[in-house]
Design a protein around this ligand. Structure first.
Ligand code: CA
Ligand code: CA
Length: 203
């Protein structure tokens, strides 16, 4: 009988991931083997995570966005992503349900994690998204959303909020579900491409 010290995935985590994702036991075990090869410690650090983003966006500055995404995936807030957090993130961004994705988006925007989103937090995330858009492409954005400030204003006005108001999670999810334009404004699609590339690398 082997123990949990070696490369095996603990039964508890395996069962949990099978329940909460669509991945099979074989897929999960194969991913775990690759994960351990790339991260022998069994954990992805913030620096490593930012490095992955940096390698995919040589013409932009993805550091701030990567940091926010990392925070939203680091559910136990210990400063690293373990295998479970990594797989949940992978599942969420590639094949998760809309509802789960929006819950995640809310967590991403709730920078201080206090359960509501302030206008400052919207500006912070939108600014980090802008840093990932090459300057050339920024020029092609619609006039009323071609700066982080304008884009944050547009989102804020959609929710009918005053400067110091806050957005709760239910309100956020409902608003985004009802309005495709807002969905487009709050998100950045590139991370999906990153996930695809990460997956390709494993085959
Ligand atoms: Ca963690
Ligand atoms: Ca907050």
């Amino acid at each position: 009988m082997g123990n949990t010290k070696s490369g095996a995935l603990s039964k508890e985590i395996l069962e949990d991931l099978k329940l909460n994702t669509r991945y099979t036991e074989e897929e999960l075990c194969a991913w775990y083997a690759t994960f351990l090869k790339e991260c022998p410690t069994g954990r992805i650090t913030k620096e490593q995570f930012e490095g992955i983003y940096a390698s995919f966006f040589p013409d932009a500055d993805p550091t701030a966005y990567a940091r926010h995404v990392f925070r939203s995936f680091d559910t136990n807030a210990d400063g690293t992503l373990d295998f479970k957090e990594y797989i949940v993130a992978l599942h969420l961004t590639s094949s998760g349900k809309t509802m789960r994705k929006l819950e995640w988006a809310f967590a991403l925007y709730d920078v201080d994690g206090n359960g509501t989103i302030s206008k400052n937090e919207v500006q912070e995330i939108v600014r980090s998204i802008f840093n990932m858009i090459p300057v050339e492409d920024q020029k092609n954005l619609p006039e009323d959303e071609d700066t982080p400030e304008k884009r944050a204003d547009k989102i804020w006005n959609f929710f009918g909020k005053k400067e110091d108001d806050k957005i709760g999670e239910g309100e956020f999810i409902q608003g985004v579900m009802e309005n495709k334009d807002i969905l487009r404004l709050i998100q950045f699609d590139e991370p999906k491409k990153i996930q695809e590339k990460l997956k390709e690398k494993k085959h």
